[in-house]
Design a protein around this ligand. Sequence first.
Ligand code: NAD
Length: 253
Amino acid sequence: MDIKKVVIIGSGTMGSGIAAHLCNANIPVTLLDLKTEISEKAREKIHKSRPPLLIDKSKINNINVGNINDDFDVVKDADWIVEAVVERIDIKHNIYEKIFKSRKTGAIVSSNTSSIPIKILSEKLTEEEKKDFCITHFFNPVRYMGLLEIVKNENNDLDKINSLKKFCEQELGKGAIVCNDTPGFLGNRVGVFAMQIAMTEAFKMKLSIEEADAVFGRPMGIPKTGVFGLYDLIGIDLMADVLKSFIKELSKK
Ligand code: NAD
């Protein structure tokens, strides 16, 4: 698969992380957001990020920026369009409608959703559009987290999904796995469960946040953020959305 140009819609934590990592692989990328100032600020943040998202900071200008109203035409030339906007289904559906009107035939469209099932994300797409739509779930921080989950739908061309997987492995250095459309896919189904248990136990034991993070961190062989620190890193607002989605999708038993 030839992926020579990528457009990312949504320049927050994940959009900018994915943009920086594509830039690391020398792939031209354009970051679009509601306003150009937002994507410009995101580019500045990438430049100053610590630990650095860019391998070579001098390449920062390979990331173009713009807004979804004046600059949407860049989508026409893209081989891959990644949606990384807020975890709101109505907003995502509106963006897909716009993307599928503009994208070139065969261009891949993917979502970075943490928790929305692909059957819901793709429910308004035509059978033809579904062939090129999947979830590419990168983790934060994108440069440093090895796992990438690719979630397919029943209409996908499997050769295309496998080529995308190969591209992400070879060009982006990711350990990509193709997952089924189950709640939280694989990483979040296990990881969020572990975090919720750890938090609940910490509250029951009346531990302070610092005490809980000191235990549920390096001593247990997991990142030094601990559990509360990891909530902050992911975003407390996003975690609330992820949990709401779990409550809706998971069986009560
Ligand atoms: P964020 O809040 O940091 O950024 C979202 C961006 O989307 C903002 O810049 C916002 O201005 C922009 N936006 C909102 N509506 C838009 C629209 N209509 N058009 C263009 N841009 C729009 O969110 P995030 O943490 O980067 O999450 C993005 C996606 O990635 C979500 O689906 C989330 O579930 C998923 N995700 C997040 C993490 C994480 O750790 N933060 C990890 C994996 C997946």
